[in-house]
Design a protein around this ligand. Structure first.
Ligand code: ZN
Ligand code: MN
Length: 480
């Protein structure tokens, strides 16, 4: 490809607070329309906003986690535009004095680390939501103001991303950071996390930026990745024909998988920003910054690196374990109780725990097997064998019982008494003379059959290693 792609991302994350940014209304998702409103968030005349401290603290925490410089002086501004879901006809946001500036996020793409610049992090209020009737002949739309005034964090990157993979990694890393620090639930299906992408192309080696297209309102990471792929090919085709890419805002149509023009630069909004006179500025002193910094836990990229170093597991496995903080905590709790088997624990969690969580559509916090129970199973495993351990694992989830009582109840302890197994092997050979003969003649697959027959008699409990030894000893004489 002769062009280089230049991309930036704006992310809106709803902050996890009980009440809205400037009033006491609940932020609960999914309630009856317009039941969580008051004169303040409906923008009625004469009301005064009062800022939610928790929302501000969450924003400060996020700005620090994203390595921003923190402004000591912050203020709110009015961003004016007319839209039916915006009751005041302006949005209270930050334009001149953001909470954080000049930060960065380190991402990993194909094993290589890359730094994505964060231009700024600022706090603002959500708009309401328009509900369009599903019947095509309806000539009205409805508006729900429950969301109006919910605290919203906007995170703006520098145009530092150069590939679809980088954008994907950035979105996942950012989401993980916000989840780790507990400022947003990041539920994309509820609109808690939304993206806007800007995409431009330039000839490789050019030192100027090409004309930029912005895509609004992307509600899923999948939609972001699709629109980027679409825009890259659309803009490439235009440039190849010698045509201009128009500087414009486009919308992604997920049904037809195309982007469509929303407005051109000439029609762009003039937001007429000016300081919000009804809110006081907020001063952030060093003490507040230091105090907030102590509440930030180890972040995913650092944790992943530490897991590799401390537990000698692969970078790939460490990546899976640290993708979700509760899962990483689960793993570490297990390792604390079984310090000599981090690799085995990591395998169990990645293969078995995650599979069951997916199938049962549940989270590790609600999982029936606690770290203590998993460690007990792993400790008991040598006496029951790997394949029975897998059955016990599933039984533990279904019954909530621990491994020891299941093994005892079902009498699953592995048989490794040599003389007892010797008798059974003798019987199996007697009953299957053809297979025994085949094995003596060097037909290896006959052994699998004989062991299978023995397992049937012992209900899978015979120690396969001892069994193999006995068969080899008894039948190898004949083969010579
Ligand atoms: Zn309200
Ligand atoms: Mn915004």
């Amino acid at each position: 490809m002769k062009y280089e792609v230049v991309m930036g991302l704006e992310t809106h994350a709803e902050l996890d607070t009980e009440s809205k940014l400037f009033c006491g209304c609940s932020t609960k998702f999914g309630s009856e329309p317009n039941t969580q409103t008051c004169p303040v968030c409906l923008g009625l005349p004469g009301v005064l906003p009062v800022m939610n401290k928790k929302a501000f603290e969450h924003s400060l925490k996020a700005a620090l986690a994203l390595n921003c410089e923190i402004s000591n002086f912050t203020n709110f501004d009015r961003k004016s535009y007319y839209y039916p879901d915006l009751p005041k006809n302006y949005q209270v946001s930050q334009n001149y004095f953001n909470i954080g500036n000049n930060g960065y996020v380190d991402i990993v793409v194909k094993g290589k680390e890359k730094r994505i610049g964060i231009h700024n992090v600022h706090l603002e209020e959500e708009a309401g939501k328009l509900v369009h009737p599903e019947t095509s002949d309806a000539n009205y739309s409805l508006v729900d103001f429950n969301r109006a005034g919910v605290p919203l964090l906007e995170i703006v990157t520098q145009p530092d991303m150069r590939s679809v993979e980088e954008v994907e990694s950035y979105m996942q890393t950012l989401r993980n950071i916000l989840l780790y620090i507990g400022v947003s639930d990041c539920k994309m299906q509820e609109g808690s996390l939304r993206f806007e992408a800007s995409i431009s192309l330039r000839e490789k080696g050019a030192n100027f930026l090409g004309k930029r297209v912005e895509i609004k309102n992307l509600n899923s990471m999948k939609a972001v990745l699709k629109v980027i792929a679409y825009e890259i090919s659309r803009q490439t085709a235009l440039l190849d024909k010698g045509e201009d890419v128009l500087m414009e805002t486009r919308l992604w149509d997920d049904i037809d998988s195309v982007s469509r023009r929303m407005r051109s630069k000439e029609e762009a909004h003039d937001y007429r920003y000016f300081p919000e006179p009804d809110l006081v500025p907020v001063w952030i002193d060093q003490e507040w910054i230091d105090e907030t910094r102590t509440t930030i836990p180890e972040l995913p990229v650092g944790k992943r690196q530490r897991f590799v170093n401390e537990y000698t597991i692969s970078d790939y496995d460490a990546g899976i374990l640290t993708e979700d903080k509760p899962l990483a905590d689960y793993f570490e709790e297990c390792v604390k109780m079984a310090q000599d088997s981090p690799k085995e624990l990591s395998n169990w969690i990645i293969n078995d725990v995650l599979r069951e969580l997916n199938e049962r559509k549940t989270s590790v916090q609600d999982f029936a097997i606690s770290p203590k129970m998993l460690v007990e199973l792993i400790k008991i495993k040598p006496t029951i064998g790997s394949s029975i351990a897998k059955d016990v694992f599933v039984e533990m989830i279904n019954t909530g019982k621990n491994a020891a009582s299941i093994v005892k109840e079902k009498n699953l302890t592995q048989m490794d008494d040599v003389s007892e197994l010797n008798d059974i092997v003798a019987k199996v050979i007697e009953e299957n003379p053809k297979a025994a003969e085949d094995y003596s003649q060097g037909k290896k697959s006959a052994l699998t059959f004989l062991i299978g027959q023995t397992m049937k008699i012992t209900k899978g409990k015979a120690n396969p290693k001892i069994l193999t030894e006995i068969f080899e000893e008894r039948l190898s004489a004949g083969s010579k």
